[in-house]
Design a protein around this ligand. Structure first.
Ligand SMILES: [Fe+2]
Length: 161
């Protein structure tokens, strides 16, 4: 059982708490990884529609960073400790290789769509684990996944037909 660092004002302990903390912590590295890759794409983007996609990537990033903060702080709210260290992210966030150098707009859209799909899948798995354990964490995860899915739609709609 996870040892909490302090008393919390709700009745969540034992397996339910462990499951909740595990689901939230398991999602944190992929979310941080997507944030890093979004900036990489934002910086190195090149080609037609540069400005709109460059700005769109930062809009997505703002929501991903907020999600990282919310998930990490939910872990601590529940009495756990969040781990967003580089080594943890490197070990637990698995992504396809990111091409070095400048990045064409269409390629960037493909990469970021794949990344968002990956982190959405992580999030949906977290929601499944959180169901029946902690509705507040589940609600948080549902809100984040909904926003990420909308970003995926708005980005994939930029693809050429
Ligand atoms: Fe920028």
């Amino acid at each position: 059982m996870t040892k909490t660092l302090e008393e919390v004002p709700f009745d969540l302990s034992g397996k339910a708490l462990d499951t909740t903390l595990g689901a939230l912590q398991g999602w944190l590295p992929p979310l941080i990884g997507v944030a890093l890759r979004l900036k990489q794409a934002h910086w190195n983007l090149h080609g037609l529609r540069f400005k709109s996609v460059h700005e769109q990537l930062d809009e997505i990033l703002a929501d991903v960073r907020a999600a990282v903060d919310d998930v990490a702080e939910r872990i601590v709210t529940l009495g756990g400790a969040a781990d967003g260290l580089p080594a943890t992210v490197a070990e637990h966030a698995v992504f396809d290789t990111f091409p070095a150098g400048r990045l064409g707009v269409e390629n960037a859209i493909e990469i970021v769509c794949d990344d968002l799909a990956r982190v959405v899948q992580h999030g949906r798995k977290a929601i499944e684990k959180l169901g029946g354990q902690d509705p507040i964490s589940e609600d948080l995860a549902i809100g984040i996944v909904g926003a990420l899915e909308k970003h995926h739609w708005m980005l994939r709609s930029q693809r050429e037909l």
